[in-house]
Design a protein around this ligand. Structure first.
Ligand code: G3I
Length: 376
């Protein structure tokens, strides 16, 4: 018995040493090795993308700029192409940031994603006041023609409709659904195809790897296809948590969506390391919960064990992505570094989360090496 105990203890000690060595060795690194690059490592499999905020589009910080151009070959605008920003009033469009964003992508020869044409959230207030079917259809026509038309040939793919489903797979009762019925999806895809003929067109949503929501998504995608409208791909957003990564559902979904003849993309990948309030449902930004120190356990730094778990979870995910590389065209992280992540403020404000591959000082984390190692 004594021998057994000491054996177990020494195994435990040895693994703790391995973990802390891996993490501390990584922490000593000040920057990415000159040659190492996510986009280069995965160049034969799929695009590796990131989502850009205003500062990054304005190229304000040289360290972040460097990461963006060396690590990623696809970009998505985190906010600046959303209705409330790009089309705040019926006859007013703000193209300044979107123009800069598209130019940045062209300068760096990146695949440029447009996000998102029709979405119930971050709508300009005037849209919420529209009451009639005709006016809402006219809004959709103007919005899509003007924006998708302006970036024709410059945006490689548009999220045409974002988040049209509830968690049980039924249609979300958005203003679009309530006023136009489920046909609003077909209308949106037909308008986008006309406005930007050579551009890929996607449906994008969170939790559509979950069986019920997946069934709803398959019905929705099939309806669009059967209508004769063109749809090229589906984006599984990928806002997950290290404690309950639904790896089996993810793999089944990649296969199921691919069987519909669509490109599959992971479009907003991040893995939260923080506890979630029990009542949280998906990534709906309108949910918010009270601040509580117990819900912000890593404000002073991430323990090695959690750093390791994050790396393991990303490894599990990328193994699945590599296994299905023939079906996946892009994997986009929702942000460049941990500082930028929306998960520092959702679903509880002012927390310290660590969901991405680069830390708050733009240094590669252990998880970065692990994701690269899969390609060695
Ligand atoms: O622009 C204002 C700024 O003027 C103000 O000072 C500041 C104060 O909080 O707020 C700023 O607006 C914030 C905006 O991001 C720009 O930073 C909003 O409060 C904040 O709610 C908004 O959050 C964005 C969220 O979408 C809104 O729906 C996140 O950055 C963005 O990452 C997130 O992205 C969505 C995808 O588009 C769709 N899928 C889910 C994903 C996560 O929610």
């Amino acid at each position: 018995m004594k021998i057994e105990m000491s054996k177990t203890a020494s195994i435990l000690l040895a693994s703790l040493l391995v973990i802390s060595c891996q993490v501390s060795c990584q922490n000593k690194k000040n920057s990415v090795d000159k040659e190492s690059s996510l986009k280069k490592a995965y160049s034969k499999e799929f695009y590796i993308g990131t989502a850009l905020d205003n500062n990054q589009i304005n190229e304000n910080d040289s360290a972040v700029n460097h990461l963006i151009v060396t690590q990623f070959n696809a970009i998505t605008p985190e906010n600046i192409m959303k209705c409330e920003i790009i089309h705040p009033k019926w006859d007013t469009y703000n193209f300044d940031m979107a123009d800069k964003y598209v130019a940045l992508g062209a300068k760096n020869k990146m695949f440029v994603v447009g996000h998102a044409l029709i979405w119930h959230s971050q709508l300009a207030p005037f849209v919420r006041k529209i009451k009639t079917k005709d006016s809402l259809e006219l809004f959709m026509t103007n919005h899509i023609n003007t924006i998708a038309g302006r970036y024709k040939g410059k945006v490689g793919g548009w999220d045409v409709v974002n988040e049209a489903l509830n968690e049980d797979g039924t249609y979300r009762k958005s203003i679009f659904y309530q006023t136009l019925g489920e046909d609003f999806l077909v209308t949106a895809f037909k308008l986008a195809e006309k406005a930007a003929p050579g551009t890929e067109l996607y449906y994008n949503d969170f939790n559509i790897e979950q069986p019920k929501k997946r069934a709803g998504a398959i019905a929705l995608l099939t309806k669009i296809k059967n209508s004769g409208a063109r749809i090229d791909g589906v984006g599984i957003q990928g806002h997950w948590n290290i404690e309950d990564l639904p790896i089996k559902d993810i793999e089944e979904s990649i296969i199921a969506y691919s069987k519909l003849g669509l490109k599959v993309m992971i479009t907003e990948l991040d893995l939260s390391v923080l506890p979630n309030p029990k009542q949280l449902v998906g990534a709906n930004i309108d949910q918010s919960f009270a601040q509580d120190p117990k819900m912000n356990p890593y404000a002073k730094g991430l323990p090695d064990s959690v750093q390791m778990k994050l790396a393991q979870r990303y490894e599990e995910l990328f193994k699945v992505f590599l296994k299905h590389k023939d079906k996946i065209s892009r994997v986009t992280f929702w942000g460049v570094n941990d500082q930028q992540s929306w998960l520092n403020n959702f679903p509880i404000r002012n927390r310290t989360n660590y969901p991405l591959l680069f830390d708050r000082n733009n240094k590669p984390k252990l998880v970065y090496e692990k994701v690269l190692d899969l390609k060695k």
